[in-house]
Design a protein. Structure first.
Lengths: 258, 137
């Protein structure tokens, strides 16, 4: 039996299919266009963010360099001069008593804070640095530097701390006596955007194998001499070690915006 | 019959118009995407160049010069570094030895150089990357 369709039905059905097909194709193209646009925007944002991060690290390094300069100048001008008042007996006692890492830390902290304007690390809030696990003396500075979109705020602490080894030593060759205290650098710098958003951190540290030294020299005198020439140092020399950097150290807490 | 043909023609016209509009949008998206891709390539080059220049300054190997590097133009400006605010705010630690000074020396900071590097697309002058740092002590 032959099938009978109303006249015109097949044509309308075909045209309806064409519209549906066109709509499906349009939807696919629309999704493709939207996907491309979204990918383009997100890639652009990621690229811009990567370039901003380079700027941030430059600013962090700048903050560390400024604070390191203040530290080295203060060490040269103030700490070195003040250490000329370090009595021989005190130096000898601290060096000989520093038979462990903890004792060496205590001895160095005493030198830096009794004879220098460096703030003991314990005075810094634990939320700002992890320096609570390190003993030493720090300086801090804060300022702004230009970056993409405005002025970025940096905060940096740089200090002198005790390296793991060697321990302080007292040596007397019969003519001169010296106390040698190994020292290391430890510093942190944080950066915030012009809008106040935290952006990143940089750590400055000394390689354990290349510590600097704090050396105080005394002239040996007969026991009956008690004048300053025999009890006070004849030379003080402080050599800061080179520093290396680490980026976004996960062990460092984020500081409070200054 | 005639009514049905007219209806199908309308549908076909609508379908073609719809496809034409969406195809145009898609083509534009492809074009913009290609342009964005080129911009990202340039941006990537600018980032690597900025990283390299920042590292050169940070490690004390000197300040890079202004000039053209491939399709990019590097502009370098320099000025004395500004003295920061001491943090935490003064007073800092006071040494306990009699007569000892508690002075913190900040004057040396101005001997350091603040270097700003701006990298632009030579073709149209668009700023692709910029950064500022301070020379090491």
């Amino acid at each position: 039996m032959a099938r009978s369709w109303p006249a015109g039905r097949p044509l309308r059905r075909r045209s309806g299919q064409a519209l549906v097909a066109a709509l499906v194709a349009a939807a696919i193209l629309l999704f493709l266009a939207a996907g491309l646009t979204s990918l383009m925007v997100e890639s652009g944002d990621a690229d811009q963010s990567a370039r901003t991060q380079v700027s941030v690290l430059g600013i962090a390094a700048g903050g560390l360099n400024i604070t390191l300069r203040m530290l080295s100048d203060t060490v040269a001008n103030t700490l070195t001069e003040n250490l000329y008042q370090l009595p021989r007996a005190t130096a000898q006692g601290e060096a000989r008593g520093a038979t462990s890492f903890g004792a060496a830390q205590a001895a160095l902290t005493a030198l830096l804070t009794n004879y220098g304007p460096l703030v003991p690390s314990a005075a810094f809030p634990e939320t700002a640095t992890n320096a609570g696990t390190q003993s030493g003396g720090y300086l801090g500075g804060t300022g702004t530097l230009p970056g993409p979109g405005g002025a970025y705020t940096w905060l940096a602490y740089v200090g002198i701390v005790t390296p793991p080894a060697p321990l302080p030593a007292w040596r007397d060759d019969g003519t001169n006596a010296t106390v040698t205290v190994p020292i290391a650098l430890l510093g942190y710098a944080w950066v915030w955007s012009p809008a106040g958003a935290y952006l990143g951190e940089m750590t400055l540290y000394s390689a354990p194998t290349t510590p600097g030294t704090l050396v105080v020299t005394y002239t040996d005198c007969p026991a009956y001499f008690t004048v300053n020439a025999c009890t006070n140092p004849t030379a003080v020399s402080i050599s800061l070690p080179p520093g290396e950097i680490a980026l976004n150290d996960v062990n460092v807490a984020i500081a409070v915006h200054p | 019959m005639r009514r049905h043909r007219g209806f199908s023609l309308l549908e076909a016209v609508v379908a073609i118009a719809l496809l034409a509009v969406i195809a145009t949008v898609t083509a534009e998206a492809f074009g913009t995407s290609a342009q964005a891709g080129m911009r990202m390539v340039l941006g990537g080059q600018a980032r690597r160049l900025l990283e390299q220049d920042m590292e050169q300054i940070r490690s004390g190997l000197g300040v890079p010069a202004t000039g053209a590097v491939g399709p990019l133009t590097v502009t370098v400006s320099q000025q004395a570094a500004a003295v920061p605010t001491l943090s935490p705010p003064l007073p800092l630690n006071t040494p306990s030895c009699p007569g000892c000074s508690s002075a913190v020396t900040t004057s040396g900071v101005t001997a350091l150089t603040q270097v700003t590097i701006t990298i632009t697309d030579t073709a149209d002058g668009t700023v692709l990357a910029s950064g500022t740092t301070i020379t090491p002590p």
